[in-house]
Design a protein around this ligand. Structure first.
Ligand code: 13P
Ligand code: SF4
Length: 322
């Protein structure tokens, strides 16, 4: 370990990253740490980022809700969002005067792509007077057309905060149906799906229980409802991580994106992780190399049309107030 330029940092990830890989990463990690100081920049990283980003260079990590909350408190000139585009847009909405960068413009999301403001207009016409709750995994234009946002970490609370018998919850059909099981409020859903979580099946869970006796199965609420029903517990990425921290299950499986287990496992070496995971191609477009370039060249700057920014910000801030 003494051959490494950043031995202390390596000790945090050595259970997951083999020495030759870390040696390839070190130069970029070192450069990024220096660039952050030079540019007065912070890196916000989602739980699905790979361990060399999550544990190596990020300043703030978490689920979509935590990243939105922390974005408000950031005291830096530049925010680099190691995650997907809607997360960077949310950070920009909450920090209009700061520079927000996304390292790769192709880091999108199948849920964000599943709905437009015109679709919301049609839904409102079909359900007059019913409030629209929009998952944060959407464009700023869709948020602007909504009444309030939610994340997987606060969806039930947001639904119940409105004090109405019926809501529209868009665009994730499965999140809406999973939330519907936890509230008396009637929920009308849209037909968007997460391309990563929709791949899990109830049979996967049953097979895993046969192969790994005693395993505790945690499912993200973007999974189909029959998968959540087979799991022991469901929650956002941060809630799953807290569950492992607090309950210390002997053997656990996180039905979500692959890097999540790597990142949580590093903090809980005594817990055995079973890993039938799926990769998010959008999250995986972010790398140390393009984070470094983002900081060096100030790209790709995220902007939000001022005509929609005020309404989109209102929907996000209303959620943060719940
Ligand atoms: P959370 O981190 O909010 O649970 O969201 C998961 C997700 O799929 C984000 O892309
Ligand atoms: Fe979107 Fe699913 Fe990827 Fe999250 S995991 S960014 S919801 S496609």
């Amino acid at each position: 370990m003494t051959d490494f330029r950043l031995p202390e940092l390596y000790s945090r990830v050595s259970q997951i990253i083999p020495p030759p890989d870390w040696m390839m990463f070190e130069e970029d990690v070192e450069a990024i740490l220096a660039l952050k100081r030079e540019k007065n920049a912070v890196i916000l990283a989602h739980n699905y980022q790979t361990p060399e980003i999550f544990h190596g260079v990020a300043d703030i990590v978490g689920d979509s809700l935590a990243l939105a909350r922390e974005a408000v408190k950031v005291d830096a000139d530049v925010i680099v969002l190691a995650g997907v585009h809607f997360m960077a847009e949310t950070a920009k909405l909450l920090n209009p005067e700061k520079t927000v960068l996304i390292p790769h413009t192709g880091a999108g999301c199948s849920l964000a792509d599943s709905i437009t403001p015109a679709d919301i207009a049609l839904l409102r016409a079909a359900h007059p007077g019913v409030p629209v709750i929009t998952y944060v995994n959407t464009s700023a234009a869709v948020k602007a057309a909504s009444d309030i946002c939610c994340t997987s970490g606060n969806a039930v609370k947001v639904v119940e905060s409105l004090g109405v018998p019926k809501v529209l919850m868009i665009p994730d059909e499965y999140l809406a149906r999973n939330v519907a099981r936890e509230t008396e409020v009637e929920i009308v859903a849209w037909h968007g799906h997460c391309e990563v979580h929709e791949l899990f099946t109830a049979e996967d869970v049953r097979e895993m229980r046969r192969a790994w006796p005693g395993v505790t199965v945690l499912a993200h609420p973007e999974c189909p409802p029959e998968v959540v029903a087979e799991a022991d517990f469901s929650g956002s990425t941060a809630v799953m991580s807290d569950f492992v921290r607090d309950e210390q299950p002997g053997r656990v499986c996180l039905l979500t994106e692959c890097s999540m287990s790597d990142n949580v496992a590093l903090d809980h070496p005594k817990v055995e992780f079973v890993r039938p995971c799926n990769l998010c191609p959008h999250m995986k477009r972010i790398s140390l190399k393009n984070i470094r370039t983002a900081l060096e060249e100030g790209r790709h700057e995220v902007t939000v049309d001022p005509e929609i920014a005020a309404d989109a910000r209102r929907a996000v801030e209303r959620m943060l107030a719940v």
